[in-house]
Design a protein around this ligand. Structure first.
Ligand code: XMP
Length: 509
C-alpha cells in the first residue's frame, strides 16, 4: 500500500483517490501518526501531503521520528517536499511572492517524469520555496517563478514536487503518480473484485461465528452492505428496515424486492404509527429531526432485543466520513453538521453495546457503487440520489400529516420518474419535491381553486457542501408542472427552486 501522511491539505483525499484510480491501495493517516501505526499498513511507499503550515514554524506538524528513514520511497508534495528538503539539510524560505494557479514547467526530467512528454502544466499553491538544495538531491523540474519545482535523490529514493500532481489542473499529474507507484514496486491490481473478496474475508475474520445486526435505510451504502454481509455471514446477519412512514412511493417494496431474493435476512418493521404519533403538531425542523432520531433508536433497539442477542453492529461508514471525523482537518463538513443535525444510528444504550463492523471504512462512494453492481443490487437503487434519514418529514414544510405526506409522495414520484424518463436523473446529484404550506388561488376548468404550492428542486454538486441548482430544460419543467397539477388535484401551483447552496441549503428544512 501507499501510506499518505496528511498535513492538512485540502487535496489530501485526492491523492488517495488518484492512487485508487491507478489500481493501487492507499490509506491516509494523520501526518503525525506513529511509526507502529504506519507499519501496520505495510507501506511500500509514503507520501507526505501538502499543508497550510511552514516547515520553519515551531508548531508545524512533523512525521514521527524514523519515518523518513524507512527503507521505502517517499514523495513529498508541496509542504511535504519542503519538509523533506529541510530535513536533508536544505533551506526553505518564504518565496518572493505567493505562487497560486497554473504554471508551465520550463524543464523537467528524472524518474518521476519518466515517459512524460510535451507541455507539463502544474497547479501551484505555495508561499514557501526550497531555496538551497540538500546534498544528494538534484532539481528535476523548474518554472519561471520557482527554480526548485521538483527534486529527487534517486539513491535514497526521496522525491519532492512543489506543485499538486493530484488535482485535475495538473493534467499529467496522474502519470507522475503512476511513476511513483512504479518506483515503489507497487502492483496495480486493486479493483472491485479484489475489494469484494477482501471485504468478505475481512468480515469473516472479524466476526467469526458472531451475530450481526444492520440497519437498512434503502440507500446504496446500507443496501450494498446488506448484500456483502449476507455473502460473508449468511443467516448470522439480521438486517432491519424501519418503515417510519416518511418514505417515498413504493420505496419499502423496492428495498424488499432488491434484498430478499439475494439472500439478505431482512426484517421490515412497521413503525409508522409510533413516528406519526410522536411527530403530530411538530413544525420545527430540528425538533422533527430529534424526534425521528429518537424514535428510530427506540424502534431499532426494540428489534435488537426481539431478534438478539447480537455481537456486532454493522455500519456503512465510508472513507470520507472516517477522515473527516478523525483529524477534524476538513472543517467544512463539521461546520455543516451543525447547521442541520443529521441523524445516524448512534446513541444506543450501553447494554446494547455492540462491537462495530465497518467494512466500507476504506472505500469511496463510487467504489461502493461498483461493489453494488458486482453483488447484484438493482440499478435504480445503485445509482440513486441520496435521501435524508428523516425522509419526507423535512420536505413537508411545517407540521406533517398523513394527507400532506400522501400529496408529497405523488408529486415526488411524478418528478423523479419524469427525470428518469427524460434521461435527466443521472445529470442531477439530488432532486426532490417539497410541499409548501402556501395555499393560493387558481382556476381549473371554470372553477376557482384554493390549493397547495409544490416546489421542485434539483441540484448538481460534488460534495453536497455547496451546490448549484440544476439548469433543467424549460420544456421538461413545463411537462412536470402539467403532470403534477393534472394528477395531484391538491396542487394548483408548481415552482422551481433557483437558489444555490449557499445561501440556501439543498433541503428546505
Ligand atoms: P442540506 O439541506 O444541508 O443537505 O444542504 C445536504 C445533504 O444532506 C442531506 N440531509 C440529511 N441527511 N439526515 C440525513 O441523513 C438529515 O437530517 C439531513 N438533512 C439533510 C440532504 O438530503 C443533502 O443530500
Amino acid at each position: 500500500s501507499v501510506v499518505i501522511l496528511d498535513f492538512g491539505s485540502q487535496f489530501t483525499r485526492l491523492i488517495a483517490r488518484r492512487f485508487r484510480e491507478l489500481g493501487a491501495y492507499s490509506v491516509i493517516l494523520p501526518g503525525t501518526a506513529s511509526l507502529e501505526r504506519i507499519a501496520q499498513e505495510n507501506p511500500q511507499g509514503i507520501v507526505l501531503s501538502g499543508g497550510p503550515s511552514s516547515v520553519y514554524d515551531e508548531a508545524a506538524p512533523r512525521p514521527a521520528a524514523g519515518v523518513l528513514d524507512l527503507p521505502v520511497p517517499i514523495l513529498g508534495v508541496c509542504y511535504g517536499m519542503q519538509f523533506l528538503a529541510q530535513q536533508a539539510g536544505g533551506t526553505v524560505a518564504r518565496a518572493g511572492r505567493r505562487e497560486y494557479g497554473k504554471a508551465d514547467l520550463t524543464r523537467y526530467g528524472g524518474q518521476l517524469f519518466e515517459g512524460i512528454v510535451g507541455e507539463f502544466v502544474a497547479w501551484m499553491s505555495h508561499s514557501d520555496s526550497v531555496k538551497a538544495l540538500p546534498a544528494g538531491y538534484e532539481v528535476v523540474a523548474e518554472t519561471l517563478d520557482t527554480p526548485v519545482t521538483a527534486i529527487e535523490n534517486n539513491v535514497t529514493r526521496r522525491y519532492g514536487v512543489q506543485f499538486h500532481p493530484e488535482v485535475v489542473h495538473t493534467p499529467k499529474g496522474g502519470q507522475l503518480l503512476a511513476n511513483f507507484l512504479g518506483i515503489c514496486g507497487i502492483e496495480r491490481d486493486w479493483n472491485a473484485e479484489h475489494i469484494v473478496e477482501d471485504l468478505i474475508e475481512g468480515v469473516r475474520a472479524q466476526v467469526g461465528d458472531g451475530r450481526v445486526l444492520l440497519a437498512i435505510s434503502g440507500g446504496v451504502d446500507s443496501s450494498t452492505l446488506g448484500l456483502l454481509l449476507a455473502r460473508a455471514v449468511g443467516e448470522k446477519l439480521t438486517a432491519v428496515f424501519i418503515d417510519h412512514g416518511l418514505l417515498r412511493l413504493g420505496e419499502r417494496e423496492q428495498v424488499e424486492a432488491a434484498l430478499l431474493p439475494l439472500g439478505v435476512n431482512l426484517i421490515t418493521v412497521d413503525a409508522r404509527t409510533e413516528f406519526m404519533g410522536a411527530l403530530t403538531g411538530v413544525s420545527d425542523p430540528e425538533q422533527k429531526r430529534k424526534i425521528i432520531g429518537r424514535e428510530f433508536i427506540r424502534a431499532f433497539e426494540r428489534e435488537a432485543r426481539i431478534h438478539g442477542p447480537f455481537d456486532y453492529l454493522a455500519q456503512g461508514t465510508l472513507y470520507p466520513d472516517v477522515i473527516e471525523s478523525a483529524g477534524g482537518l476538513h472543517s467544512e463538513k463539521s461546520g455543516a453538521a451543525n447547521i442541520k443535525s443529521h441523524h445516524n444510528v448512534g446513541g444506543l444504550p450501553d447494554d446494547l453495546a455492540f462491537k462495530l463492523v465497518e467494512p466500507f471504512r476504506t472505500l469511496f462512494k463510487d467504489e461502493v457503487r461498483e461493489i453494488a453492481r458486482l453483488l447484484g443490487l438493482p440499478e435504480h437503487i445503485r445509482m440513486r440520489h441520496p435521501f435524508p434519514g428523516p425522509g419526507l418529514a423535512i420536505r413537508v414544510i411545517g407540521a406533517i400529516t398523513e394527507e400532506k405526506l400522501d400529496i408529497l409522495r405523488r408529486v415526488d414520484d411524478i418528478f423523479i420518474s419524469g427525470l428518469r424518463e427524460f434521461g435527466l436523473y443521472d445529470g442531477c446529484s439530488q432532486a426532490l419535491a417539497i410541499l409548501t404550506p402556501i395555499q393560493s388561488v387558481g382556476v381549473m376548468g371554470d372553477e376557482r381553486t384554493y390549493s397547495y404550492t409544490a416546489a421542485l428542486r434539483a441540484v448538481t454538486t460534488d460534495d453536497f457542501m455547496t451546490a448549484e441548482w440544476a439548469r433543467l430544460p424549460y420544456d421538461f419543467l413545463a411537462t412536470m408542472s402539467n403532470r403534477i397539477v393534472n394528477h395531484v388535484h391538491e396542487i394548483n401551483r408548481v415552482v422551481y427552486d433557483i437558489t444555490g447552496k449557499p445561501p440556501a441549503t439543498i433541503e428546505w428544512e
